[in-house]
Design a protein around this ligand. Sequence first.
Ligand code: ATP
Length: 573
Amino acid sequence: MADGAWRDLLGYIRPFRTSLLLGGLLSLATAATGLALPMVVRGLIEGLGADRGIVGLLVLMTVLVVFNAAIGALGSFILERTAESVVLVARQRLVSQLLWLRVPALDEREPGDLMSRVSADTTLLREVSTQSLVSVVTNAVTLLATVVLMASLDPVLLAVTLAALILAQVVVGVVPRIRRAAKQAQESVGTMSAALERVLGNLRTVKASTAEERESAHLHAAATDAWRGGVRAAKWQAIAGNMGGLAIQLSFIVVLGLGGARVVSGAINVGTLVAFLLYLFYLMPPMRQLANVAAQYQVGAAAIARIREIESLPAEPRDPPTAAPVRTPAAVTFEEVHFRYRPDLPEIHHGVGFTIPAGGMTAFVGPSGAGKTTVFSLIERFYDPTAGRILLDGQDIQTLPLADLRTAIGYVEQDAPVLSGTLRENLLFGAPEAERELAEVLALTRLDALVNRLPDGLETPVGHRGVKLSGGERQRVAIARALLRHPRLLLLDEVTSQLDAVNEAALRETIADVTHTTTVLVVAHRLSTVTMADRIVVMDTGKVRAIGTHDQLLTQDPLYAELAATQLLAAAD
Ligand SMILES: Nc1ncnc2c1ncn2[C@@H]1O[C@H](COP(=O)(O)OP(=O)(O)OP(=O)(O)O)[C@@H](O)[C@H]1O
């Protein structure tokens, strides 16, 4: 995994190589000016001993210190900015990928977990993207340069120092533990986000089921898991970070004793000892940084793995519509369509076949679970059949550009989804350019009274999933949204279930109207909707058992007769 993570990380930072190089060079320059200081200090002490003037050296030191601070600040700003840009690119790539994901891939995932990957995991890229590359290079160079300078001062003292540093190698052993702990923490954050989304998205159900206590316990457990992973990572990070420090402190004591003796014996002078001790402390930051980088990299690698999981999911093509919009009704044909939602699930459609001419209204009826909604999902190409063909005006929809296909369709789903935002945003969601037709469609769907009643009219926020609207209003908003697209094919899935008799009658009139310009397919549970259909497709357990008008089917199909007498009638009541 680690190698793949490296490659992915390089992919993310490649576009920013110039600013990374600049930031890296500035960091190196900062380190170099820092490294020069102890040498100036040595000269200063020796100058004092020899009674030479030190003003020049003091000025040089001041210049070095100021220069060091200035380029240090500039370097770290450039690197941080680059890191933020890496996060931005990762987020944008992930967001695009998510919106184009194929529906089956989405079926298997929790929205909350996906959100946590876009928000939390990408943030972790920030540290790793700059620290990994630039820090490794600058700190390794600084470390090497410091060691070389120390060797030039006193090889004997250096040998003692290095022996103490071997101790710090313990650091290397704890690094994989950091990755494991970090991965666990990130996965727990994903689980927590998913649980949170589940609860907040359905807070009324949670409350009505008095499940707050249980759901809160779930969330607490996920949060505790994240905490546990974080604490474990912190423990190993703290050990890794401080082992280096401890080794330096210990070697400081040794060098002080041994160095003192060497000064007394005349092997080195005080200036050299002071400079050496300063370098000793210079070793600490790069060592700590390198240990941090190793730890950060492990955390980042875990995040990259989670991001990559999303990027490798199947996506739909993104081509914009190619054909000019057509406004004539479309014919639909299913030829021996077989379909299952997943290879390991049972087949839902066992050779579904029907032909629906352009225009008019066709109703799909059948017992629950017969596969009616699945027909609509297949027409929209949310899923593809495992065998058989679906034709739109005689053309296999697999060969149509996806955007052209979907542009031709208006789809009102079973639960009439309304998005948070204003009424206007919801209505124009499928056809942002249809502003001028709003009034007409509002009247058709009888939403005009609602809009007039609301103090903010079309600008009224509808709340998360439209909670501020009634069920019937949500259905009418969804229908208006579909009508504004001027679809060639209008798919209505049980859209009258929540309408009262008056609104249903109005909708029937609207549907009758649009059948001149659109082919209307409805999944219907109300006899009143079914009887007005030009043809009725009766489905049962994944097959079409009969097609005909209400009167024909009443006499020819026992299941339909039964449905008409029980289910459809009951719904009409
Ligand atoms: N995304 C999915 N993944 C797996 N199975 C699914 C999925 N969607 C539906 N199913 C299954 O497919 C079968 C047919 O579902 P479908 O929604 O097409 O039935 P329907 O005839 O529209 O039923 P209803 O009248 O109750 O809405 C059901 O048994 C259902 O459990």
